[in-house]
Ligand binder design. Structure first.
Ligand code: CAP
Ligand code: MG
Length: 414
């Protein structure tokens, strides 16, 4: 490759305050230095050949630098001035750190494993409005894991049926409910009718028992509509909003988190992430998406089930996602990590042992598939969380808790 050696800055000290530093795992027949230089040039100043227009000054200032090669992992530092946050934002960040490089024919596969932003760039984002502490305080739940459900079936229930589900879930002790990612404003369950009915159900739970819960209304939509739809949901009594971050884009979260008219926490769903995160050799690691989701202001984020539930993932990978939600290295409120996907009461102790108490457990089928119905399932989930938070084995706790015993009998324990 022409110019290859000029992109190599191995063993040089790179100023971490003026670069975005990315690690790429590369599968290639080429020398790793050549492959890494190909990524650095494609994603910064260059293209595939020497250019008459690339002068010494802009080359030195603007080009990505390969700063380390460790086995098949290349570290590339991109100058902070290559990024345009006022106009461009996260879409432009992604098109540098995770853009054309995935299609380079010379690489069989490449995966963006990690990104570290300099403080100056992090300061341009505000992070979550509420995060873990804000959500805990709204829900009057200072230490135990939050415990929630996804209304199932995913689609098909009417607003009244959906609200009845949420009411039963609240009466069974759940702190959180949420729409599923494919529920929007279909004729069988219009968003306004559903939002109002659910708000009423949540009020009924509160007035009958004092128990507080929230339910995230899915406001995922086109870019030009998201603020309007979120305001509409809020005006009709929504207590939380949900956005599918990868189908809508990170800007959808940012506009809701930063707009002063929106007062609700934002639950970040990651539907479609498997297309990019699942292949260990190619794509984008979930921890990159978690970093961006926290920067733009998500309050709760799906991080996986630590290798326990129905979706592909591992304890190691999902703990790394959770760490991004909590790390003090990012100057924002902490994001509530959400464990969802095939969760049922028998998994809760294992999830808490693996990931701790700052977690939102969430079960759809694991609540509404319970023999005692939604209320029975909600009670079983709540009992499992209580047991796990107190360090008690589920089978021991189940001796005095009928609903948990029924759940363990139906689904076993992890
Ligand atoms: C869980 C869920 C979530 C998945 C997505 C579902 O339902 O609502 O969308 O958790 O996975 O539809 O599958 P169940 P992830 O509890 O019934 O499985 O959080 O890994 O993106
Ligand atoms: Mg779902």
């Amino acid at each position: 490759m022409e110019y290859e050696e000029r992109y190599l800055h191995l063993n040089e000290r790179i100023d971490v305050d003026s670069h975005v530093i990315c690690k790429y795992k590369v599968t290639t027949d080429m020398k790793m230095t050549t492959a890494a230089a190909a990524i650095a040039t494609e994603q910064s100043t260059g293209t595939w050949t020497k250019l008459s227009t690339l002068n010494e000054d802009n080359f030195l200032k603007r080009s990505g630098k390969v700063t380390a090669i460790d086995g098949n992992v290349a570290t590339i530092a991109f100058p902070v001035e290559d990024f345009s946050l006022d106009i461009g934002g996260v879409p432009q960040i992604l098109s540098i750190i995770a853009g054309n490089l995935f299609g380079l024919d010379a690489l069989q596969a490449v995966r963006l494993e990690e990104v570290v932003f300099p403080k100056s760039m992090l300061r341009e984002f505000k992070g979550p409005k509420y995060g873990i502490d804000g959500m805990r305080s709204m829900l009057k739940r200072p230490t135990k894991p939050l415990v929630g459900t996804i209304v199932k079936p995913k689609i098909g229930l009417t607003p009244k049926e959906t609200a009845e589900y949420v009411y039963e879930a609240g009466m069974g002790g759940l702190t959180n409910g949420k729409d599923d990612e494919t529920l929007s404003n279909q004729k069988f369950c219009p968003l306004i009718d559903r939002t109002e009915a659910i708000a009423d159900a949540i009020d009924r739970v509160k007035s009958e028992t004092g128990h507080v819960m929230m339910h995230a209304i899915n406001v995922s939509t086109n870019g030009h509509q998201v603020l309007e739809v979120a305001e509409m949901a809020q005006d009709h009594g929504a207590t939380e909003l949900m956005v599918d971050v990868l189908t809508c884009g990170f800007g959808a979260i940012q506009v809701l988190a930063e707009d002063p008219s929106i007062k609700l926490p934002i639950h970040v769903h990651r539907t479609m992430h498997g297309a990019m995160t699942r292949n260990p050799e190619h794509g984008i690691s979930m921890n990159v998406f978690a970093t961006l989701a926290r920067m733009v202001g998500g309050d709760a984020l799906h991080v996986g089930t630590f290798g326990v539930g129905k979706m592909k993932g591992s304890a190691e990978e999902d703990l790394a996602n959770k760490d991004i939600c909590l790390t003090k290295n990012l100057p924002y409120k902490r994001v509530m990590p959400v464990a969802s996907g095939g969760v049922h009461p028998g998994m809760i102790k294992k999830l808490v042992d693996l990931a701790g108490l700052d977690l939102q457990m969430q079960a759809g089928g694991g609540v509404s598939g319970h023999p005692g119905g939604v209320r029975g399932g909600a009670k079983a989930m709540s009992q499992a969380v209580d047991a796990a938070a107190a360090g008690i084995e589920l089978d021991v706790y189940a001796k005095d808790h009928k609903e948990l015993a029924q759940a363990l009998q139906k689904w076993g324990s992890a």
